[in-house]
Design a protein around this ligand. Sequence first.
Ligand code: AHG
Ligand code: MN
Ligand code: MN
Ligand code: MN
Length: 319
Amino acid sequence: MQNLSQVLASSSVADSLQTVLIQTTDTCVAISDVLKQGSLAGILGMAGNENVQGEEQKKLDVISNDMLKDALLACPAVRAIASEEEEDIVPANTNGEYLIAFDPLDGSSNIDINAMVGTIFSIYRQIGDNPAEEKDFLIPGKEQVAAGYVLYGPSSMLVLTTGDGVNMFTLDPKTNTFLLTEKGVSIQPETQEFAINMSNQRFWSDSIQNYVDDLVKGKEGRRNKDFNMRWVAAMVGDVHRILCRGGVFLYPWDKKDPSKPGKLRLMYEANPMAMLLEQAGGKAHTHTDRILDIQPSAIHQRVAVILGAANEVDKCLSY
Ligand code: AHG
Ligand code: MN
Ligand code: MN
Ligand code: MN
C-alpha cells in the first residue's frame, strides 16, 4: 500500500505544496495522539475563552490550533495562515507560496462525549513578496489548490484532493503514516439519506421547511422513496459519511440570527468541503450560489451550506 508521501511524489503536485501537505498531515497525526489520551492528559473541557466566532473555546480547540499554527509558521513554503480560532491572519514567511485556512478542530461539541471530530484545511497559492494581509485570503474557493480533512474516529483518516479527484488514506498506528486505502472516491447522484439539525426546523425558510417535510413524508408525500436521517454534529463526520455512502447535508440559513447567513464558515468549512464534494462528483451550494464561486468579503464569513448527491442538491434548490 502506498503512503501519502509516495502518492504525492508520484503526482504532479509541486514539491513546495507537498511539503505543506506533509507538515499539515503530520501535525494531524500528533493531534490524533493527543485526542487518544482524552481525560488521561487533562485536555477535555473548556479553555475559558471565547473565540472570534463568539463560541466558548474547548481546551482542544486551543491545543490543536496552536499545534497547527506552530507547525505551519515554521514551514518555509507557508506565506500565512487563517484559522477559525484566530481573530486575524498570521503571516509566516514572505517568500512562502501558500496560504492555509483551517478549522483545527471541527465538531468540538463532540469532544467531551468521545465522538467523531476532525481537522479541515484549505490551501491557496499566492506569490509575490508583499507582507501577507487578510485581503490575500479573500479569493473564491474555486482557486484552492488543495483541500482536505483528517477525521479522528475509530480510525483516523485523511481525505484529500489536489484538484485531481479525491483519495482516502487510513492512519497506520504502527508507523504513524497515512496509507492510501481508497482512490478516486465518487458520490452517486441519487440518495435516500439526509443530514440536518431538526431542532432548528421552526427557524428555517419556507423552502427548506417544505423540502425537509417532503423528505420526512417519503413515499407518502411527493417523493417516490423514503429517506433515512443522520446527524453527527461534526461537519467532518457528516461529509465523510456522504463521501463513503452518499447523502445530502444541510446547514441552511435560519431566522434564529437573521444577521448571519448561516452557521458554517466559508473559508474553514464550506470551501474545503465543497472542493472535495465537487471532486467526487457531488455539488455544494448556498441557497443561491455555488459555494466555490463565492467572493469572500471577510475571513470569518459564514454561509448556508447544502451539499452532497448532485440530484438531491438540485432537488433541494428547486424548492
Ligand atoms: P466547530 O466545532 O468547528 O465550531 O464546528 C461545528 C459545526 C459543524 O461541525 C457542525 O456541522 C455544526 O457545527 C453542528 O452544529 P449544531 O451544534 O447546531 O448541530
Ligand atoms: Mn468552533
Ligand atoms: Mn467546524
Ligand atoms: Mn472548529
